[in-house]
Design a protein around this ligand. Structure first.
Ligand SMILES: Nc1nc(=O)c2c([nH]1)NC[C@@H]1CN(c3ccc(C(=O)N[C@@H](CCC(=O)O)C(=O)O)cc3)CN21
Ligand SMILES: CC(C)C(=O)C(=O)O
Ligand SMILES: [Mg+2]
Length: 288
């Protein structure tokens, strides 16, 4: 193979020198996630909605950052993920994609932005890549969405499918409940296979019995990601404010809390306020 750098050293003609690769060098891509499955390794995914979380998780080696529609109830103050819009998620996606150098950037399609037609799904997905800087999108839904997945993939947008408990359908599913128990296990496996056949590069399962999730993972060539789906999936995902203990209140069973940021930030804010009220902040070292 010949390359511009082989043979005798010659000045490169203008415009043919090496292209800077900083933007993509070392970037996690879909084939790395596939390799993880093929070689029996697991990968980690977290949500991220802004600059510092994105930078910190990227530097920590988290392979996939998800701009989740869970921004609805973790950023925008809604009770559920239903109200959040494309126009609200796009700026968060842009902030994360600007801030992460290595992670694969995955954007959730919010409720109402892809269900109407395959054309609507393609239009919304393209916006997340063009305007949000995402590398792929995730959408909720089973085999019924296979044609939609196929259309988006054909347009050049990789798709992660999301099955099991799909929070955008909580009112159809009758609440926040484990999916795929008993006879429903077979349907979950068929959904996953149909979505893989439609071109999904991965399948995420939420709140599915561990043995059923293991069967789905075994039935698929592509990697799986789990949240409340046991330890047999290729990857795992958590909402970062749950994982880091920033969010208060009762946590779902599938959450493991690795830090207590809510207490740390609350203590910092109380100490700051006390210093201000007591006149000890700012000190002379903070003054001009
Ligand atoms: N902060 C946050 N964390 C999440 O994991 C999350 C969001 N927000 N927003 C969108 C969806 C909603 N999700 C949720 C939220 C709560 C439960 C929950 O309360 N589960 C209970 C009941 C399970 C059952 O009885 O079947 C649990 O104890 O796990 C589950 C999924 C997951 N996603
Ligand atoms: C919980 C994960 C899988 C998600 O879809 C989200 O954060 O929106
Ligand atoms: Mg979501």
């Amino acid at each position: 193979m010949t390359s511009p750098t082989s043979g005798a050293e010659q000045p490169a003609p203008y415009g043919t020198g090496p292209v800077p690769q900083a933007k993509t060098a070392g970037r996690i891509r879909i084939h790395h996630l596939q390799q993880a499955k093929d070689e029996g390794r697991r990968f980690a995914m977290l949500t991220a909605y802004e600059q510092y979380a994105a930078e910190i998780f990227d530097e920590a080696g988290i392979e996939v950052l998800l701009i989740g529609d869970s921004a609805s109830n973790n950023v925008y103050g809604n009770e559920t993920s239903l109200p959040v819009t494309v126009d609200e998620l796009l700026p968060l996606c842009r902030a994360v994609s600007r801030s992460a150098k290595r992670a694969f950037i995955l954007a959730d399609l919010p409720f109402g932005s892809y269900e109407v037609s395959a054309a609507q799904a393609v239009e919304t997905s393209v916006r997340f890549l063009k305007e949000g800087g995402a590398h792929a999108v995730k959408m909720e839904g089973g085999a019924f969405y296979a044609d939609t997945v196929r259309a988006v993939v054909q347009a050049g947008v990789p798709v992660m499918a999301h099955i099991g408990f799909t929070p955008q359908s909580e009112h159809s599913l009758g609440g926040y409940r484990v999916q795929g128990r008993g006879d429903d296990a077979r349907r979950l496996i068929e959904d996953a296979k149909a979505l893989e056949a439609a071109g999904a590069f991965a399948v995420l399962m939420e709140m599915v019995p561990a043995d059923v999730a293991a069967s789905v993972d075994a039935a698929l060539r592509v990697p799986t990601v789990g949240i409340g789906a046991g330890s047999s999936t290729t990857g795992q995902v958590l909402v970062w404010q749950d994982m880091a203990g920033l969010r208060g209140g009762k946590m779902a069973r599938f959450v493991k809390q690795y830090a207590d940021l809510r207490t740390i930030l609350g203590t910092a804010a109380r100490e700051y306020a006390a210093d201000v009220r007591g006149g000890t902040f700012p000190g002379s070292e903070h003054s001009f």
